[in-house]
Design a protein around this ligand. Structure first.
Ligand SMILES: [Zn+2]
Length: 335
């Protein structure tokens, strides 16, 4: 049925293109401050130009000058001598630590590192790290909310095939072959995965009630997030609720596949487990979170499934957009 390389787990997904290691990390070395600043300007992380804000000075263009400050430079007005930090009007202005710590922490968020992994760095403070992690999560959430089209999955693949979309529910469905005690899980999460992408793109949403009570909600989520011309594969739990949804090539119950071809089905189940690995991990993590924090983590999951392979480059751009600094660069989403 669906062939999929085993890439849907955290470690695989976060093996981003080493942009941080190859491009950014070398710029964080002592003596590279000027190059680092050029890179930050090019990527709109700091202002490229600034006009003197002092009233009566005539909006004089400010210049850079070397300074005995942590960033090594200041903006200075040659006319009235007004000085401003080079972080002025940037998200970096709110972060009280050196650039190296900021970018290392952003890379840490991209790579799922625990905050404590930075504690050996003297210039790094956990409170600042928490703020940076929270900023990354908020930027990812904001980006996904502003691009609802990324949450509409399936349809025709570029080869003209009908995409296979799996619709299932955590913890009761067939997302994992591992035996688990479902009583440990109080939050149910409806999960949709478009297997025509690697890693699979996902949509997830918390369900509040029993399946019967949430039947119309389940159908609405499927209709809103799965394009027509998709083949839907679903577990026995959800099959009764979505088998009659119109507009799809086919709605297949995983159990039916099993009846016809047990050997083939076992392989399919293994593939399905691989596809869901990251989603299952996230569904487990949301169990102990407040509703708001749980929702944010699910948005973050959606974001990572799309941008995770090149997370550092994308999250920088999305932070810039989120913090609404002046000029912006745009790199399009991966196909
Ligand atoms: Zn001035």
């Amino acid at each position: 049925m669906m062939e999929c390389t085993p890439s849907s787990n955290f470690k695989e997904i976060t093996r981003h293109t080493d942009y941080f290691k190859n491009v950014v990390e070398p710029l964080l070395a002592t003596g590279c401050e000027e190059k680092l600043c050029e890179w930050m300007k090019k990527n709109c992380l700091i202002s490229k130009q600034l006009l003197c804000p002092v009233e009566g000075c005539g909006q004089e263009p400010m210049r850079w000058s070397k300074a005995r400050v942590i960033d090594r430079y200041n903006w200075i007005c040659v006319k009235c001598k007004k000085k401003l930090p080079i972080r002025h009007e940037s998200f970096l202005a709110d972060l009280k630590c050196d650039f190296s710590s900021v970018f290392t922490a952003i890379d840490g968020w991209c790579s799922h590192k625990l905050l404590t992994e930075f504690s050996d760095n003297k210039t790094y403070r956990v409170t600042v790290g928490k703020r940076i992690y929270s900023m990354c999560a908020s930027a990812a959430e904001s980006y996904m909310k502003n691009h609802p089209e990324l949450g509409v999955l399936g349809g025709k693949t570029p080869d003209g095939e009908d995409a296979v979309v799996i619709v299932d529910v955590f913890p009761d469905g067939s997302m994992t072959l591992q035996p688990q005690n479902n009583n440990n899980y109080t939050k149910k999460v409806l999960c949709v995965a478009d297997t025509s992408h690697i890693p699979a793109r996902v949509w997830t949403q918390l369900l509040e009630n029993s399946y019967e009570e949430d039947q119309s909600k389940i159908m609405d989520i499927v209709i809103a997030h799965v394009k027509p011309n998709s083949t839907i594969v679903t577990s026995h739990i959800l099959y009764p609720f979505i088998k009659n949804v119109q507009g799809y090539s086919e709605v297949i119950n995983i159990k039916t596949l099993m009846t016809f071809d047990p050997a083939e089905h076992q392989r399919s189940l293994k593939n399905i487990e691989t596809i869901w690995a990251t989603t299952v991990e996230t569904c487990q993590q949301v169990q102990n979170l407040s509703p708001n924090a749980a929702e944010q983590l699910l948005w973050e999951l959606h974001w990572r499934q799309i941008f995770g392979l090149d997370a550092f480059r994308y999250i920088l751009q999305h932070i810039v957009q989120y913090t609404n600094t002046s000029s912006q660069i745009v790199i399009s989403a991966p196909k």
